[in-house]
Each structure stands twice: as C-alpha cells, then as structure tokens.
Ligand binder design. Structure first.
Ligand code: CO8
Length: 260
C-alpha cells in the first residue's frame, strides 16, 4: 500500500498506520480521511493482519484535529462533505472486524480525539493531551465526539469537555477512563505492540464477535444522535463566530465572539 499521508507497516500480524503530516500536527484534511478509508478497506481483507494500531508521526502529536486551514472558509454545504467523510471514516474504524488500538503519542484534539474514540481503546504516552476544543473555534465536535465521548467518560464529564473546550493531561484522561494505560514516550510503540500481541493470540472469530456485541450495546440508541451532530455542526458553519474562531486561530490571537 502506498499513500501520500500515511505509512502502513505490517509485522507479526499487527499493522501500524502512522498519520504523517507532522508540520501541521497530523491534522486530518479530507484526503487523509480518504486514505484512511482505503487503508482500512485493504487491511480488512488482509489475512496476515489481526490487529491494527494507529498513531501519529513526530513526537508532538497523535492528531491535532481536522485541518483548520481547510475548514476556515467553508460554507455549510462544503463543510457537510468534510463532516460526512469524517463520520464515514470513523464509523468504518468503529465497525472494523478486527481490534483497532489508538496509540496516542502526543496531542489528541478535536478530530484527533474523535479518531481515538472510534478505536477499540486508547494507549497513550505520559505527556499526551486530550480535548475537544472545537467550541474555542466557534463550532462543535463534528466527527462523532458528541456521541462517543459521553459513552467513554459519562455525560457530565463529556459536557464539561465539550462546553469548555478544555484540554486535559494524560493522567486525568486515565483517571476518567478515557485512556486504558499510559507508557513512557521512550519505546512507546514497542510497548503498544507488546500489548497488542495478546490479541494476536486470540481467535479472530471470537474477537470479531466480541466487538460486534459491544458495538451493538453502543449503537443501541440508533443513528439519530450522529445525524443531529452532523446537522448541528453544519449550522455552526453558517455563523460569524465560526469564521472568527478559525481566523483567530490562524492569526494566533484570541477570538472575539459576537454570538451570531
Ligand atoms: N489544523 C491545521 N493546522 C494545525 C492544526 C490543525 N488542527 N493544529 C496545529 N496546526 C498547525 C499550526 O497552525 C502550526 O502551523 P505553523 O507552524 O504554520 O504556524 C503547526 O501546526 C504547529 O502548531 P502550533 O505552533 O500551534 O504548536 P503549539 O505547540 O504552539 O500548539 C496545539 C499545539 C495546542 C495542538 C495547537 O496547535 C492547537 O491548539 N491546535 C489546534 C487544536 C484544535 O483546535 N483542534 C480542533 C480542530 S476542529 C476539529 O477537529 C473538528 C473536527 C470535526 C468537524 C469537522 C468540520 C468540517
């Protein structure tokens, strides 16, 4: 498999997908989402792969979110295309018939945390940082975060993180159950691969059925929540505050929201 924005390696029945845009902290522009879909579709058919690990390149970030440079000037309909692509990609990962582990090697913010939440579980470095800061940009989480974060950490903590946009450290993320385990940055991927080896020894049939049954519990509420999320984030793209929030990020200043 050859990609512009991903590296995919396979070893001992484990595939590692590395998102590779370190200059923008691995931000997920539209084309990266399409490549992720292609990679997962290919790994689904690959009998040499039983577990997938997804991580970010460089030492600073897993993924710092959707690409703010791309989003800044989108209208509601263009935003809808980008939002749908994110949902399709993360739903593909959530329903992937083999375990997918997020190896969070730094910032997991916005769409980056939403990607990690679509994985089966999260391992992280001790310096990792987590959050859904979309509200500081004048929008809301739009790639499943309003649905999957409450499932992961409970409704009150999810509301606080979504409403404030605050970023929490890895220790707090572990305390609230967002992260399964923390590891030192030195040798992180090797440590995650060592953990994943346990899954390689299990039956893929049983793993697939376990994931299917747990997903049935998570999806019991039906698709309505995701539909509302998509509509709601599209509405944000018709607001002045979305334009102001993203312009402020690019200009490295605080936004001046006008509630319009
Ligand atoms: N998109 C594009 N570029 C980014 C992003 C991003 N999400 N994050 C960082 N970058 C760029 C910076 O602009 C900077 O570029 P340059 O060197 O050209 O100035 C470079 O990466 C390095 O970043 P910083 O200089 O900012 O590094 P710091 O160490 O000072 O800060 C932070 C690191 C705290 C991670 C900071 O970069 C930051 O706050 N990033 C944005 C985080 C964020 O708000 N993420 C949420 C984005 S919105 C989202 O994900 C919504 C998803 C679903 C909706 C989809 C709707 C269409």
């Amino acid at each position: 498999m050859s990609f512009n924005y991903l590296q995919v390696t396979t070893e001992e029945k484990m595939a590692v997908i590395t998102i590779n845009r370190p200059k923008v902290l691995n931000a997920l522009k539209y084309e990266v989402l399409l490549e992720l879909q292609e990679a997962f579709n290919s790994l689904r058919e690959d009998n040499e792969v039983k577990v997938v690990i997804i991580t970010g390149s460089g030492e600073k970030a897993f993924v710092a979110g959707a690409d703010i440079g791309v989003m800044a000037n989108l209208g509601p309909l263009e935003a809808q295309k980008y939002i749908r692509a994110g949902h399709e990609t993360f739903d593909l990962i959530a329903a992937f018939p083999k375990p997918v582990i997020a190896a969070v090697n730094g910032f997991a913010l916005g769409g980056g945390l939403e990607l990690a939440l679509a994985c089966d579980y999260i391992f992280a470095v001790e310096e990792a940082k987590f959050g859904l800061p979309e509200i500081t940009l004048g929008i809301i989480p739009g790639w499943g975060g309003t649905q999957r974060l409450p499932q992961a950490v409970g409704i009150g903590r999810a509301r606080e993180l979504v409403y404030t946009g605050k970023v929490i450290d890895a220790q707090e993320a572990e305390k609230i159950g967002l992260v399964n385990r923390l590891f030192p940055a030195d040798g992180f991927l090797t440590a995650v691969q060592a953990e994943a080896k346990t899954l390689v020894q299990r039956s893929l049939v049983a793993l697939n059925m376990a994931k299917t049954a747990i997903n049935a519990h998570l999806d019991a509420g039906g698709p309505a929540g995701k539909t509302v999320e998509i509509q709601s984030v599209c509405i944000c793209f018709a607001s002045n505050d979305q334009k102001e929030g993203m312009a402020a990020f690019q200009e490295k200043r605080k936004p001046k929201f006008t509630d319009s």
